[in-house]
Design a protein around this ligand. Structure first.
Ligand code: PEP
Ligand code: MG
Length: 536
């Protein structure tokens, strides 16, 4: 038995025979032709490689597409191409020339102080080796699995993981690699237990040796003894049972023991986490913070916003999503947009900012109105503190409709417009607001801040930050009653909805929709389903 300690890259347990991938460089067995012939072989291989990468990109998720875009950029790089052509001119074969350029480039990039760039060495290698494989006539699917195994390699490349049959992949161990490499990121996306930086000794293990690995602690055991084997087998068995019960839970509707149905939604920031949230059982998106599009200081135009909103709606696959209009200000500063205020939490934030910058607001509204044609969409306004605020916002919606009509562009007239209840004034005026808005969403993060006069980001007063205090619950009941009177839905979308005990208190106060970050959904569901609400 050999115990090795590596770096955890993706939590999870695996137990099975190893398959060792020694990548190996080109056999270079091919006869080297004249430089002009090698040059044209190289150029053709570049075109073919980019075409293959583009095809892989089509199958990849939104976030993985960036990997392939980067790889195509690598192959388009004139510096790299000139390096290869230089070697060919001095008599090298195209494959050998590409390998030499690749190793120089990756060594250079690995030595950079910029961690992000140095992590991209694997992507450069991946792109270059594809060209070498084409020149050598080798299959591009470098790893072909025919039985379940733990894969051991020096370093895995993104395309290895995207092309392999992942159902046969029990776990991954790399002697080098890093937790931030794209291969590790992909392993996490697919939940494949992985340990990286396990050292070169792992590469010498004979094929078929049993390997136990714990991706959470970084432990790799080669040829485990009987007790170690039994310990791993038992832990895997327990983990499977838990996954099965979670899967069952995910498929069940969230209903309390006395039959009260609760709708669980997700707080999201873009298409990727909407898709993940739906997988985790969310019934839709309860809060999409559109300001995340603006936080890098870049102002997205109407077309860019439209594309983003459409991608979010598509990711929800027919379930409704609620997009909140721009809520910058307070702790969400945007260089060049937000003001330098003494009390930013009480300043020009949320809807106030949008009303003060009508040109920005109209751009967002026209994009949203058009996006509504893609699927079910709700839109809500943050920081409403009066009936006039909501009415002014709806006047802007009217103006946006007018602009689109004038332009002759189609837009949706089925979007529901709602109010975030996150100021005490909005909660107190919820009867009047409920007669005008299509829905309410209670933002307990800010409501707590403003009701209790406690800065939500100041640790010195964290003890005063009580999002389920009697004061908050009393306001919540008022909002629920007023919403019921006007027959409009009301949800809670503050962070506290993700706390199972607070979620339970909110449900007992009459809330029937909760929106939270996706990983908390099952835990909250489990808690609510074991309780009596009305008869408890
Ligand atoms: C809230 O205030 O509860 C909320 C959801 O909005 P944010 O945290 O973005 O201010
Ligand atoms: Mg808020």
């Amino acid at each position: 038995m050999q115990q090795i300690s590596g770096t955890p890259a993706c939590a999870g347990l695996a137990l099975g025979p190893v398959r060792v991938i020694t990548r190996g460089y080109s056999s270079l067995g091919r006869i080297v032709l004249e430089p002009p012939r090698e040059t044209s072989l190289f150029k053709t291989a570049l075109v073919l490689a980019k075409d293959e990468i583009a095809k892989l990109s089509e199958l990849a998720s939104e976030s993985d597409k960036a990997i392939f875009t980067f790889q195509i950029e690598v192959l388009n790089d004139h510096g790299l191409q000139d390096e290869v052509l230089g070697y060919i001119q001095s008599g090298s074969g195209a494959a050998a020339a590409m390998e030499r350029a690749e190793s120089l480039y990756t060594a250079k990039i690995r030595s950079l102080p910029d961690e992000y760039l140095s992590q991209r060495a694997g992507d450069i290698q991946d792109a270059c080796r594809r060209v070498v494989d084409i020149l050598d006539g080798r299959p591009r699917e470098r790893i072909v699995l025919d039985a379940p195994c733990v894969l051991i390699a020096d370093e895995l490349l993104p395309s290895d993981l995207l092309s392999v049959d992942r159902s046969l992949l029990l776990g991954l161990v790399t002697s080098a690699g890093s937790t931030q490499s794209h291969a590790s990121i992909i392993a996490r996306t697919f939940g494949i237990p992985a340990v990286v930086m396990a050292g070169p000794a792992v590469l010498n293990v004979p094929e078929g040796t049993i390997c136990a690995l714990d991706g959470g602690s970084g432990e790799v055991v080669l040829a485990p003894d009987e007790p170690t084997y039994a310990r791993y087998a038992h832990r895997i068995h327990l983990a499977k049972r838990r996954t099965l019960s979670q899967e069952r839970l995910r498929a069940l509707p969230c209903v309390t023991r006395d039959g009260v149905g609760i709708s669980l939604l997700a707080n999201c920031s873009g298409p990727e986490d909407i898709a993940r949230a739906i997988e985790l059982g969310a019934e839709g998106g309860g809060l999409l913070r559109s300001e995340f599009l603006f936080l890098d200081g870049h102002l997205p135009d109407e077309a860019q916003q439209l594309a983003f909103y459409q991608n979010c709606i598509r990711a929800a696959a027919g379930r409704p999503i609620t997009i909140r209009t721009l809520d910058i200000g307070a702790d969400k500063e945007v260089a060049g947009l937000t003001l330098d205020e003494a009390n930013p939490a009480l300043g020009l934030r949320g809807l106030r900012f949008s009303l003060a910058r009508p040109e920005l607001f109209l751009t967002q509204l026209t994009a949203l109105l058009k996006a509504g044609l893609t699927g079910p969409l709700k839109v809500m306004f943050p920081m409403v503190a009066s009936v006039e605020d909501f009415e002014r916002a709806m006047e802007m919606v009217e103006q946006a409709r007018g602009i689109l009509t004038e332009r002759g562009e189609a837009f949706s007239d089925e979007i529901a417009f709602g109010v975030m209840i996150e100021t005490p004034a909005a909660a107190l005026l919820s009867d009047e607001l409920a007669r005008r808005a299509a829905f309410f969403s209670i933002g307990t993060n800010d409501l707590t801040q403003y009701v209790h006069a406690v800065d939500r980001v100041n640790p010195a007063v964290a003890g005063y930050y009580t999002p389920a205090s009697p004061a908050i619950l009393r306001l919540m009941r008022t909002v629920v009653e007023n919403a019921a009177q006007a027959q409009i839905p009301v949800s809670v979308c503050g962070e506290s909805a993700a706390d199972p005990e607070l979620a339970l208190l909110y449900v007992k106060a009459g809330i029937r929709q909760l929106s939270m970050s996706a990983p908390s959904i099952l835990e909250v569901k489990e808690r609510l389903m074991e309780e009596f609400i009305v008869f408890g």
